[in-house]
Design a protein around this ligand. Sequence first.
Ligand code: PRP
Length: 223
Amino acid sequence: MMKETRYLTFALTKGRLAKKTMELFEKIGISCDEMKEPDSRKLIFVNEELKLRFFLAKGPDVPTYVEYGAADIGIVGRDTIQEEGRKLYEVLDLGFGKCRMCVCGPESARNLLNGQELIRVATKYPHIAKDYFYNQKNQTVEIIKLNGSIELAPIVGLSEVIVDIVETGSTLRENGLVVLEEVCPLSARVVVNPVSMRMENERITDLLSKLNGALSCEEGGAE
Ligand code: PRP
């Protein structure tokens, strides 16, 4: 008797990243019509023919699902991978969702980053901020964890600077803030559970090489 193929499960980051991911997957012949129903409250979507399952999760939860093996593969931003520090393989840069992790603040805060002053840093990414200031800059700072609208912090005097994502830069501009230092570039990445990588090596390697092929076509074509 033939061994029945098990489902390969994908955890996608809810929102724009999931949409972009499915657009890319369609280019390599993987589609999931169930996911396109706009009013659906379904949480998990199946492609029976290819034995694939997809579910949508909040970004910071994607590495958790993948580390525990509840998903074999995850699509998530590099910021979240760095912040969560889970045990997984980061195998492919999808090139979309491009932005930068930066230290930002009013221009007047620039000189505070050159000295050894104990400044306050507000951020949604305390691990990334701590690593940057403590290990790369050797500056002791006080990290203040926030959950959103981080740009408010220096405006209302909660912190001197922030560590946050900058995409177009318009949030900073509209609030009189600037990029003071760049921490790292970011984009969407494919992550894989280490056990899945071993057990489903053939299927996962095949998928990754098809994704790579589609990405090189995109790069080659006029966009
Ligand atoms: C992100 C980030 C910045 C903004 C940057 O916030 O935290 O605030 O986008 O984008 P821009 O450079 O194109 O203006 P998001 O909209 O995710 O919401 P949040 O403030 O609740 O984190």
